[in-house]
Design a protein around this ligand. Structure first.
Ligand SMILES: [Zn+2]
Length: 498
């Protein structure tokens, strides 16, 4: 019982820095209760020096009433009378920590640990402070050494495993995060708050596969938990990330295999004829984005002289527009911030590997290059349909430059957009509701990308597009049906949303 009492006192400082702390808050409450009736008996547990013992009792009482500064003064005096008592050291460390004097707190916890390394909560507090100092690797190393010497899987190490799992998550090591948390879960298999910690911290660590596995288990075990809605949404997103990674891996493998015979060889060209200016992995992703589009559409554009131009930056291929403002973008943007466009002048679908990110304020390798090329392919096909209309037996025989400017498209677009009354939805779809030709052209391009390129993203603008523009979608499908000889079924991607 004596040992328990001391351990509870220390566990007060565990965890408010963890991402989810409900469980730890429960521990804090438990500790306060124990202290309340435990104070009287504490003195006899501690130092043999009578005056130091009295000061320790007073210091602990001050801690209990959260008078941290006075507690520190009191416990410092106790320490000066008996510098070899681990409990005085750890109480002092605890009060210093509460005062945000973390470096001093660390020194005193370390001193307590040197005197008596057998108390697991000292190790937990030291490891948590490593985390506070953002020295995750230091904390991990400390925990591992502690566990090696203390004989691993037992209840008193529960918080050490929990803290180590948290440190691995902060250090972005998902695999080790999960395997470490497994130990804590073995000790407390039905603890909902622990499971919620595991899911949240795995998600933070960036391990989609591990997060999906833990989330599924959570949803199965705690179907009525308040976390379920949020976790289910994250499950979708993580599943999507796994799909995307798989596609990128496959694309990279195929790119290597297809080097000798590349069906896109003449269709995809490179800025300055120099393919080494863009990384192999980016080229593979862009090509994969093109490959998802039915070959018939590619052939049509290729025959008509359209090309996909890959450049380090969009403005390398189109320097003349560099400092112009791209339509529908925030006021101060220029084409330096954009990495995809269709140039009707050159018949180029331009994709830049890098652009200056407005949010990050620096140049980045652009994500989702496969989606970009599919969207710009949509703009190209819109233009192609408009320009081939006059030379074919097109039913409306009107003259328009883009199909999205046609009477048919306009009627459907006007009907659909008039029906969108919800201002939240209007804001989400702002890019596709922009006035003039912009909204219609962007909608055509994005719906094209939805239908023929990439993979659907749950909760994304694409999902909203198919829901809020049903007439436009029907009009587009009808128009594209003249190209339907291709074996690829229509709406294969968009079906997923319904
Ligand atoms: Zn666009």
């Amino acid at each position: 019982m004596e040992k328990m009492l001391r351990q509870f006192a220390f566990s007060q400082s565990i965890g408010n820095r963890r991402l989810l702390t409900q469980r730890d808050k429960c521990v804090v409450v438990a500790a306060a209760v124990v202290l309340l009736w435990g104070i009287e008996s504490l003195a006899c547990l501690a130092t043999a020096n009578k005056e130091a013992a009295q000061l320790l009792t007073s210091g602990s009482a001050l801690i209990h009433t959260q008078r941290w500064a006075e507690a520190v003064t009191c416990l410092q005096r106790a320490e000066s009378l008996d510098p070899s008592d681990w409990y005085i050291e750890s109480q002092l460390a605890f009060a210093l920590n509460k005062q945000e004097r973390k470096k001093e707190s660390f020194q005193h916890y370390s001193r307590a640990y040197q005197i008596d390394p057998s108390a697991p909560n000292l190790a937990v507090n030291i490891a948590s402070l490593y985390g506070d100092f953002k020295d995750y690797k230091g904390g991990i190393e400390f925990c591992r050494r502690y566990l090696q010497s203390s004989g691993a899987l037992k209840e008193e190490n529960y918080f050490v495993f929990k803290t180590l799992g948290w440190l691995y998550a902060m250090d972005k090591q998902p695999h080790l995060t999960y395997s470490t948390y497994q130990n804590a879960l073995t000790l407390h298999p039905n603890d909902e708050d622990l499971w919620a910690d595991v899911v949240t911290n795995l998600d933070y660590s960036g391990g989609a596969v591990e997060t999906v596995s833990a989330t599924k288990e959570f949803l199965k075990r705690f179907p009525r938990s308040a976390h379920c809605e949020q976790f289910a949404a994250r499950l979708k997103e993580n599943n999507y990330q796994i799909d995307r990674q798989r596609i990128q891996q496959t694309a990279a493998i195929e790119a290597t295999a297809a080097k000798k015979h590349d069906p896109l060889r003449d269709f995809v060209i490179f800025y300055n004829d120099d393919r080494t200016c863009v990384s192999e992995s980016s080229i593979a992703i862009i090509k994969q984005g093109v490959r998802t589009i039915p070959q018939l559409f590619i052939d049509r554009l290729e025959d008509a002289g359209y090309r996909v131009m890959i450049a380090p930056h969009l403005v390398d291929a189109l320097p003349e527009i560099g400092n112009d403002h791209p339509r529908g973008w925030t006021q101060l943007s220029t084409w330096h911030n954009v990495n995809g466009t269709f140039s009707s002048k050159h018949k180029w679908i331009v994709v830049g590997e890098k652009a200056v990110s407005i949010n990050a304020g620096k140049e980045i390798v652009c994500p989702k290059l496969d989606d970009t090329v599919a969207h710009e392919f949509g703009h190209a096909f819109d233009y192609f349909l408009g320009n081939s209309a006059r030379s074919t037996t097109d039913e409306d025989k009107e003259s328009y430059k883009q199909f999205s400017h046609s009477q048919k498209f306009m009627v459907a677009y006007t009907a659909d957009s008039a029906a969108i009354q919800d201002m939240v939805v209007q804001e989400k779809l702002r890019y596709f509701l922009q006035p003039g030709d912009g909204g219609k052209e962007e909608l055509f391009a994005q719906l094209f990308a939805c239908l023929y390129g990439g993979i659907p993203r749950p909760g994304s603008p694409e999902e909203l597009l198919s829901r809020y523009f049903p007439s436009v979608l029907a009009t587009m499908k009808e128009k594209m049906s003249s190209y339907r000889q291709d074996a690829t079924p229509y709406g294969r991607n968009i079906k997923e949303y319904k």
